[in-house]
Design a binder for this molecule. Structure first.
Ligand SMILES: [Fe+2]
Ligand SMILES: [Fe+2]
Length: 431
């Protein structure tokens, strides 16, 4: 190669690096706008793969270990897996379903070893790991799917105090011709820079989430039926339903992401107004009398009132969902057209009673959470009932289409049932 050609290629290389770094810097500010912890994890994985042109990858977060005496206090739990090759085989709008598992933070697995040493691991060929390496590659995913994992880059997500928050593993770097190649030294630099900043945004989202979970814990202390896993599942179902709705309605990707982010947080808070309901009613271990039910219905208005004084998009959506998640499509739900501040009726019938909201008068968030909330309640054990069988639950959901629920959203619910069940498995009932 002559000297001019070398100069040109060096210049191109420098320009590419500059673009890559500029992209990462722009990403930092974008990631900072995502408020929900889970959605942020999903986006971090997506962007990490993009930064180093990886075909696939997974993101893990630290969680309390099941067997602390043997495995240490923490484990790594998988949160998201993405795989472009497998994704291409699915129908449009469909998402890949992956198994939910955890690994111990020890030398046995690659991600576990990365978590243990807090160091980046770059493996050019997973089927040719040096014999003296302490870890081994679990090829069960490849065997199950026919996918061929070759190169991998595994990197820890560390907090500003160097605490392990999670691990990102990206797989199969691809060159411009689409060939799978090893991850380069430049990729190592790029992903390290990216992961440092991603970890900071994660830490911030984690604090927000912890605050919300505390709010939910407060209502849980008052109402033992509303457990943390219930709200996590409801929020998870809500996001999945919206995702498919947005796909059908051609909602621009950016708008979708923003709405999903605030929907997740807002739906977790759907019943937070129950803190204002008296213990005698809330903790009654049986069905409510009509009078008690009347009082209980006020949790919608109390909840909405909690988000009334500020006007961020999260507050507005949380207010809407708290207020309308018990409204029925046919107008028979509650609390009807009420003002969340004064509690006064906004629209009344001939007798002065508030009119029920019906059809699309009920905001989309409220219509979605109604489905997610009822589905989860039917699947769960309550003091006054055992969980229903899957068949019974699905029959009931179908039956209520067009009366209680938005028929379009019920169709979507059935369309994405495998994803709904996947979400259910992510947040099992603990007690
Ligand atoms: Fe409710
Ligand atoms: Fe609920």
């Amino acid at each position: 190669m002559n000297i001019d050609l070398i100069k040109v290629s060096m210049k191109e290389d420098m320009a590419k690096k500059e673009t890559d770094f500029k992209y990462i810097m722009r990403l930092d500010s974008e990631l900072n706008h995502i408020q929900d912890f889970d959605l942020l994890l999903e986006r971090i994985l997506f962007e990490a793969r993009k930064v180093v042109h990886a075909d696939a990858g997974s993101i893990y977060v630290t969680a309390p270990s099941d067997n602390p005496d043997v495995d240490g206090p923490e484990k790594l739990s998988i949160k998201y897996s993405q795989n472009d090759t497998i994704q291409k085989t699915l129908a449009p709008g469909e998402k890949m379903i992956y198994s939910i598992f955890s690994v111990a933070i020890n030398e046995k697995s690659i991600s576990g070893y990365c978590g243990l040493t807090k160091k980046l691991i770059n493996i050019p060929d997973m089927y040719n790991i040096p014999e003296d390496a302490p870890y081994s590659f679990y090829s069960s995913f490849d065997r199950l799917t026919g996918y061929k994992t070759t190169s991998s880059l595994t990197i820890p997500l560390l907090s500003t105090e160097e605490r392990l928050m999670g691990v990102i593993q990206v797989l199969n770097a691809t060159d411009s011709a689409g060939n799978v190649v090893p991850f380069s030294a430049d990729d190592e630099v790029l992903i390290t820079h990216f992961a440092t900043n991603a970890a900071i945004t994660l830490q911030r989202a984690y604090i927000t989430r912890a605050m919300i979970l505390r709010m939910i814990k407060m209502s849980e202390l008052r109402d033992p039926k509303e457990t943390g896993t219930h709200v996590n599942r409801v929020a998870g179902y809500a996001v999945e339903i919206y995702d498919r709705w947005a796909f059908h309605h051609n909602v621009p990707k950016e708008e979708q992401e923003k709405f999903k982010d605030i929907l997740k947080i807002s739906s977790m808070l759907h019943d937070v107004g129950k803190v204002a309901i008296s213990d005698a009613i809330l903790k009654k271990p049986a069905r409510f009398t009509p009078e008690e039910f009347q009082i209980m219905q006020n949790h919608t208005v109390y909840g909405a009132g909690l988000f009334n004084d500020t006007h961020s998009t999260v507050d507005l959506l949380a207010m809407e969902i708290a207020m309308t998640h018990h409204e029925n499509w046919d107008g028979t739900g509650y609390p009807g057209w009420l003002d969340p501040v004064s509690g006064h009726a906004l629209r009344t019938d001939a007798e002065g009673k508030p009119l029920g909201r019906k059809g699309e008068e009920i905001p989309l968030g409220g219509r979605i959470v109604a489905i997610a909330d009822v589905f989860d309640a039917l699947c769960s054990k309550r003091v006054y009932k055992e969980p229903w069988s899957e068949e019974q639950v699905l029959e009931e959901m179908r039956k209520l289409s067009g009366t209680k629920f938005d028929p379009e959203l019920i169709d979507i619910f059935f369309e994405i049932l495998p994803r709904i069940k996947h979400t259910q498995s992510m947040y099992p009932e603990t007690a």
